[in-house]
Design a protein around this ligand. Structure first.
Ligand code: NAP
Ligand code: MG
Length: 503
């Protein structure tokens, strides 16, 4: 049945889901929805309203043990790990199909859980997640191993093998998409997975585990343990039977995972730990209007809760005033609103604590002498949720805290430069190196400067360019390893070199 989607129809469905127990809240272990061993529950809060919408099972070390055992059993049994790639492909593609079939439900869960605009959940988060799953499904039977040039008296093969049990600890900004960026390649390679969603955003992770079973994933191959970082997250990091840990989140926690690994079984640790994207705009840019639009969307999209948020606008002094005016015009059109309204372009921040953190950065910017050109405060208090107005700072120095630290909110820092040398120096003056943007009409300059900027993702005349074919990840303290593309498989496989003596 098709029906035209309206804000009213979406809200009615959200209401029905919350009233009728349509919100998943149990751990998913060994193919079944189960309570936490401790029986404990925690509140799931809708950041758009501040209301509790569900009770979620609080998994801890004991549940992690159960999930890792189930994952190991499934891996050893081989139903998935030894399944022919062409058959693994079918399951992952069926899962992508099911995600599309349940797109509206998943989008509502995501928006209720984290406060992002429902229009974005429907148009971006869910379709991109399904697309990711389908992409890795399709990849399953298209990857060949290597034969070494070993001469007539030996036969050398270089083959990839699944690594075993993968633990994925993911954040709350794109809960479903970040989970799929890990699950797609991990499952395609034949691994078993234990996924821990962020405490703020367990809903779509729990639901996708059910859909994966429906798609035909064998029991125990995908387990989801909702719970808290210092308990469930740490238990995964320290577990002696987890072979690989993949993480997206803060650098602080990323560093903990490196320690956990060193203190336990030396499990492989792959991190994506955020950034402070420099968005460098030269006065020879051919389309300053587009550049201004991207500058605003690049920081206000998803409430600025984006690891690649274009948080440092580094603009040539000759055009700065005019350019900031253009950015302010776009900011004006992105005022926060009810996340469940289809017209909303900016929703609520994920939780009260995070909103307080963002507001404290705004205060720090003021204290250090930067000028607020718009926003700078909490808004929509009567809604009960956690809304901050799009905020533009001018007169920022790159040494200020608002230019150095990841705010993860709708806060833009404007910094000026005189020439290309200074622009590159400012862009690279950061502990991060996840992404960078460059706007210029001069192709030589674009290529030469792209090579000099230390970032894993370089976007020329755009923000957030690319698709599943492009690897994603960071230099420096933005992490290691890559999500997306075939490069992601490097994280989820071991290379075996087999030398057969033929003499
Ligand atoms: P975070 O603490 O790094 O959370 C990411 C994941 O790590 C969550 O699943 C979290 O679980 C888990 N975790 C937390 N403490 C842990 C511990 N001691 N041991 C093991 N796992 C642990 O991120 P956050 O606190 O939600 O956000 C803080 C800041 O991190 C943000 O303001 C932003 O600057 C940055 N961040 C970056 C990204 C990114 O995409 N790079 C994403 C999110 C946040 P719990 O949720 O249960 O604590
Ligand atoms: Mg929530």
């Amino acid at each position: 049945m098709t029906h035209s989607r309206t804000t009213a129809s979406l809200k009615a469905r959200a209401e029905e889901m919350t009233q009728s127990g349509g919100i998943p809240g149990k751990l998913f272990i060994d193919g079944k929805s189960v309570d936490a061993a401790s029986g404990k529950l925690f509140d799931c809060i809708n950041p758009g309203t501040g209301q509790v919408i569900a009770q979620i099972a609080e998994g801890d070390a004991e549940d992690v043990n159960r999930a890792v055992s189930a994952a190991r059993r499934a891996f050893e049994k081989g139903q998935w790990s030894n399944m022919a790639p062409k058959d693994r492909k079918k399951v992952l593609i069926r899962l992508a199909d099911l995600m599309e079939k349940h797109a509206e439900e998943l989008a509502i869960l995501e928006t209720l859980d984290v406060g992002k605009p429902i229009g974005d959940s429907l148009a971006v988060d869910v379709p991109s997640s399904a697309n990711c799953m389908r992409w890795y499904g399709e990849a399953c039977d298209k990857i060949y191993d290597e034969v070494a040039p070993s001469g007539p008296n030996a036969f050398g093969t270089i083959t990839r093998e699944a690594i075993g049990v993968v633990a994925a600890v993911v954040p709350w900004n794109f809960p479903l998409l970040m989970a799929c960026w890990k699950l797609g390649p991990a499952l395609a390679a034949g691994n078993s997975v234990v996924l821990k969603p962020a405490e703020q955003s367990p809903l779509t992770a729990l639901r996708i585990a059910e859909l994966a079973m429906e798609a035909g994933l064998p029991e125990g191959v995908l387990n989801v343990v909702s719970g808290f970082g210092p308990t469930a997250g740490q238990a995964l990091g320290m577990h002696m039977d987890v072979d690989c840990l993949v993480f997206t989140g803060s650098g602080e926690v990323g560093k903990l995972f490196l320690q956990y690994s060193g203190k336990s079984n030396m499990k492989r640790v792959w991190l994506e730990c955020g950034g402070k994207t420099p968005n460098v705009v030269f006065d020879d840019c051919h389309d300053l209007k587009k550049a201004a639009e991207h500058a605003a969307i690049g920081i206000f999209y998803n409430q600025g809760e984006v690891c690649t948020a274009a948080s440092r606008l580094i603009v040539q002094d000759t055009i700065k005033d005019q350019f900031v005016e253009e950015v302010l015009k776009v900011a004006e059109t992105m005022q926060p609103g009810d996340p469940m309204d289809l017209d909303t372009t900016m929703g609520a921040l994920v939780e009260e604590k995070h909103m307080e953190r963002v507001l404290s950065y705004i205060q720090a910017g003021k204290d250090e002498g930067a000028t607020v050109r718009c926003g700078g405060e909490r808004v929509l208090l009567n809604q009960g949720g956690y809304y901050v107005a799009p905020t533009v700072f001018d007169g920022v120095k790159n040494s200020m805290r608002i230019a150095q630290e990841e705010i993860f909110g709708p806060v833009l820092s404007t910094i000026t430069f005189k020439d290309a040398e200074e622009a590159v120096a400012i862009a690279n003056d950061s502990i991060f190196g996840l992404a960078a943007c460059l706007w210029t009409g001069d192709v030589n300059k674009a290529i030469k400067l792209s090579r000099r900027i230390r970032a894993g993702n370089m976007w020329v005349n755009c923000w957030d360019g690319g698709d599943m074919t492009m690897p994603f990840g960071g230099f420096k303290q933005s992490g290691n390893g890559r999500d997306k593309s075939l490069h992601a498989l490097d994280k989820y496989t071991e290379i075996k070199a087999t030398w057969i003596d033929l003499t």
